[in-house]
Design a protein around this ligand. Sequence first.
Ligand SMILES: [Zn+2]
Length: 294
Amino acid sequence: MIRNPIPWPEGARCAVAITFDMDADSLIHIARPADAHDRLNPVSVGRYGPTVAIPRILETYRRFGLKQSFFVPGWCMEQYPKAVSAILKDGHEIGHHGYLHEDPVETAESQREWFEKALEVHRRVTGRKPRGYRAPVYNINQTVVDLLVEHGFRYDSSMMADDIPYLVKSGGEEFYEMPVHWGTDDWPPFAHYAEIGYLMPVKSPSQGLAAFWEEFDATYEAGGFFMLILHPFLTGRLARWRLVERWIERTMAEKNVWFAKLEDIADHLDDLRASGKWEPRAESLPYYTGPVLE
Ligand SMILES: [Zn+2]
């Protein structure tokens, strides 16, 4: 059960967001800056996302009439303009996801520069400020929270303190948290990336995705918020995406769900609060002001 279920539009039982982090080959350039440009295998792995998977994913969304959210590092927006303009042309949302997928904890000292460089790319390419943010590798810290507040972001999607969207309060301001979860992220079942220290047996498409559908069933029963965190070069592959397509088709036909962009979910939460129909649970940051051991 969920203690504080969100009333979704038109009586939908559950909100569904299929989010894609289009990291492309940023992952290898940030991990191996000296020689990544000549590591053609990982570069090609990443390029599969914007060149092959994104057109496939967009075609599915057009067929089902879905609008969804993508998170794209600024460098990838500059490097793959065709994929980015196709995403925007179809009315999807693009959120902030760092500049070159730099880990905010590792780059805390220079985080403002990275963050604002990416912000500038968003403004230039999309003509507006992104509403949402997802930290590369989910590694959000207080430095980023302060930047999100300073730049008026509506939501973050990097933390895990609840099943459903909640409020993050910091520095007298607030934004929504659209909570992520490793159980609905395609990295554990499908990533195999020696250069960044990730060597795991790759699951079959049905086995890897089965875990997501079990998560969905529980979320649907509880009347919650179901979000997938996917990567085009992983789940945009032929066999995996074919299964996701079938799931979308089945879910649309048999269940009462609201497929939505995260920015639309944030708008809906604003409306609910304005009309007094629902109030989110809040978490106040920072949790700690220093190490817990003296
Ligand atoms: Zn990413």
